[in-house]
Design a protein around this ligand. Structure first.
Ligand SMILES: Cc1cc2nc3c(=O)[nH]c(=O)nc-3n(C[C@H](O)[C@H](O)[C@H](O)COP(=O)(O)O)c2cc1C
Length: 212
């Protein structure tokens, strides 16, 4: 049996494009995996607090040497960590905010991109290695190769870098829906057809990825 962990991080609720795309993946995945497990976390609606120094020390300290407060900090993060450990497929919805990821998604990453999950420098393997990750991004503009803002994309390169540290880069796919602001920004009106095509392609891509 395979387990899907589905995480959204848009603040835009029903209006969110990344939520629409992750939902399409999840629906198709459930059809392809009727006996599969499914867990949903909404970082947009229920954000995690930022990590603090106690948690940072706790993750660097062997369990048996942790102080009481460090133990409590680890226990508080454990539900988030256990969801990741139990998942075979991690589906992330990540809007682009200020050329990068939402701070709510960063707070989630700060809990799992920690020493216990770093890949071994020699073997390249860690506790999270082998999981499949699908990231559905949504961006107001376009950062595709050859576009003027290509080098402003700190979203996909950042996620690739941080996931490589913890072994989540072995089976990592990105599905970008671009130009989402073309429908609301008058100056982008001429880009609306491209925006429609981008979303259609994202739907088609996640359907294929979910069935694979
Ligand atoms: C706080 C904030 C910052 C944003 N920054 C960018 C940006 O840097 N580049 C961009 O192309 N779009 C930016 N946008 C637009 C969003 O990426 C776009 O609306 C996207 O569709 C949001 O994802 P969602 O539809 O899943 O909520 C920003 C939107 C918000 C709310």
């Amino acid at each position: 049996m395979s387990n899907l962990l589905h995480i959204d991080s848009s603040i835009q609720g029903d209006q969110s494009v990344s939520r629409e795309i992750t939902a399409a993946f999840a629906d198709a995945w459930k059809l392809a995996n009727p006996a599969g497990g499914y867990v949903y976390r909404d970082l947009g609606a229920d954000p995690l607090p930022h990590i603090d120094a106690t948690y940072y020390l706790a993750v660097q300290t062997p369990a048996e040497q942790r102080t009481e407060v460090q133990h409590e900090a680890w226990q508080a993060a454990k539900p988030v960590i256990d969801e990741v450990l139990a998942a075979d497929v991690i589906l992330l919805g990540s809007p682009m905010y200020n050329f990068s990821i939402p701070s709510a998604l960063k707070a989630w990453i700060d809990r799992i991109a920690v020493r216990p999950f770093f890949v071994d420098q020699e073997t390249g393997v860690g506790a999270l290695t082998g999981k499949r990750v699908v990231v559905a991004t949504s961006r107001g503009g376009s950062y595709a190769p050859g576009t003027p803002r290509e080098s402003f994309d700190f979203q996909e390169p950042y996620l690739r870098a941080v996931f490589s540290m913890i072994g989540l880069d072995q089976d990592l796919s990105f599905v970008h829906t671009e130009l989402t602001l073309a429908h609301v920004v008058p100056e982008m009106a001429q880009l609306r057809d491209l925006a429609v095509s981008s979303k259609e392609l994202a739907h088609e891509t996640v359907r294929k990825l979910a069935a694979a």
